[in-house]
Ligand binder design. Structure first.
Ligand SMILES: [Zn+2]
Length: 507
């Protein structure tokens, strides 16, 4: 997270921001417009509103991080008997693509956290993440709805990129004032039709800007220790990063204390539950609570504490552990807690599939033999969709396959039914019919709809090209030369670097 920003938030005046935010609820109406407000959507009485506990994870997806999330969610059920879903904001360096496929097919939400974990990212970092997740993890473009800025470092331009690329929501802003404070900025998720109302310390945000109709902001709701507004804990509230005094363990003490953390998490939850039921969030970096990660410093006592918190929270009536996607589905179509069990977003239909088919659905017998190990020296990964000749980069998020061995999920077949070896859709009934969306995320904002085999920009189903105008080759986003061309530059660059190093030593 971006600590200086958090500090500045504490100093910013929520009153000032609120005074300059204006939104007419008679004009701005659900499901596609919502004003920033602390009162629940749909005019519901707080007592009728489900208490949502949003669970998110950020950064690379590996077996260690999936293990970590499973410690908290795998054994749980929501009030309707379904396992909780969560949102994974994936960055791609050190990510294992086949695990993303499995995690998505299991019903979780995959969202964008840039390719290389870049704060205030470029358009290419944001959109390239979508293209690589679609190509190598088989995630439909329509399923990639959300974004969180690495380091929570975002600007008005970042939100404008999201709007242009047809994201449904951002979740990078902080609700940094307790719900018990009259000046709280813990708004229910809202659209940016009238600008943003959080993070007003950042130039270009608030005072009605930026106006981005239909783009939702899902604020990140902080926990607060007994120092109140000056003791916020936004992400990983159980950690004590040595580089940060601000969120330096509970209540300003120097050492982290699981007991004190549990106490303030329960206090904040109770304030939400007894108040207007704004969601609360466990925003995690799972690598820090993974016991299977080599060299881990995670403590079993901390993991037990987090589970104790969730056990305790789930003992309250109408508490639901959800993904951002589920939360937003409910906010856009709010229903009383008594009707939750009938809502499709929260159901868990058993997937139907041909047990003999070789498809990438997370079921070991189905997936067996479909995965390829891509032996890149930095971080080998697995994918169902063919190893690329190079690791996806900002310039080339969808490199050619080393051999044409797999077909990528096309726009007219869902991940669960796609046979990447034969290149055919195993769905034969209207009940599993699926149509993905094209999004303007290709080079030069061209439309992109997935499928293909990589290495060239997508041809549309009618045969026309939407490429960046460079024929069959993938047009690099930023106009840089293609990888093979760049190779010849290396000797020149090395000579330059050697000269620089030599020069430095000589001085
Ligand atoms: Zn991150």
């Amino acid at each position: 997270m971006r600590f200086s920003s958090t500090l500045a938030l504490l100093l910013a005046s929520p009153l000032l921001a609120l005074a300059q935010y204006s939104c007419d609820p008679n004009v701005c109406k659900l499901p596609d417009c919502a004003c920033a407000t602390t009162t629940p959507p749909g005019g519901l009485d707080p007592a009728q509103v489900p208490q949502f506990v949003v669970f998110t994870a950020d950064d690379a997806i590996q077996s260690y991080t999936i293990d970590a999330v499973n410690q908290f969610l795998a054994q749980r059920k929501n009030p309707n008997g379904c396992k909780p879903k969560m949102t994974y904001f994936a960055s791609l360096t050190y990510t294992n693509y086949s695990l993303i496929t499995d995690w998505y097919v299991a019903g979780n939400e995959i969202a964008d956290h840039t390719i290389t974990h870049m704060g205030s990212p470029t358009k290419e970092e944001v959109n390239g993440n979508l293209i690589a997740l679609n190509a190598l993890a088989g995630i439909p473009l329509s399923a990639l709805k959300g974004f969180r800025a690495p380091l929570l470092d975002f600007k008005a331009e970042t939100l404008q990129i999201l709007h242009k690329s047809q994201f449904l929501y951002d979740s990078s802003a902080s609700a940094s004032v307790p719900v018990t404070d009259p000046n709280t900025n813990a708004y229910w998720p809202y659209t940016l039709d009238n600008g943003i109302a959080n993070n007003c310390d950042t130039p270009g945000l608030c005072n009605g800007e930026p106006k981005l109709p239909g783009l939702w902001e899902i604020p990140m709701y902080a926990f607060f220790d007994n120092r109140g507004v000056v003791g916020p804990h936004l992400m990983d509230p159980w950690l004590r990063p040595s580089f940060l005094a601000l969120r330096d363990s509970a209540n300003g003490n120097n050492a982290p204390s699981d007991a004190a953390t549990l106490a303030f998490m329960q206090k904040t939850f109770t304030d939400h539950y007894n108040g207007k039921r704004q969601p609360i969030g466990l925003y995690t970096h799972p690598i820090h609570v993974s016991l299977s990660y080599p060299g881990t410093t995670a403590k079993k006592s901390t993991i037990d504490m987090i589970n104790s918190f969730l056990d305790w929270a789930q003992n309250h009536d109408n508490v639901w552990i959800v993904s951002n996607e589920q939360l937003l589905d409910w906010v856009r179509n709010p229903a009383p807690a008594s009707q939750m069990s009938s809502l499709a977003s929260f159901s868990c239909p058993a997937p139907t599939y041909d047990a003999s088919a070789k498809i990438c659905n997370g079921v070991p017998t189905s997936e067996d033999g479909t995965l390829a190990r891509c032996g890149f020296s930095d971080f080998p990964f697995f994918t169902c969709y063919g190893c690329p000749t190079a690791v996806p980069t900002v310039d080339d998020p969808n490199p050619a396959q080393s051999a044409q061995t797999r077909f990528r999920v096309p726009a007219n077949c869902s991940t669960t039914y796609w046979d990447p070896v034969e290149g055919k859709c195993l769905c034969n009934s209207p009940s599993c019919a699926f149509t993905d969306v094209a999004r303007p995320i290709g080079p030069n904002d061209a439309s992109y709809q997935g499928g293909g085999i990589g290495g060239d920009f997508k041809l549309l189903s009618d045969g026309s090209s939407t490429g960046g105008g460079s024929g069959s080759g993938y047009a690099p986003f930023n106009g840089a030369q293609r990888v093979q061309d760049a190779v010849v530059l290396w000797p020149i660059l090395l000579v330059f670097l050697a000269a620089a190093v030599f020069g430095a030593v000589a001085v």
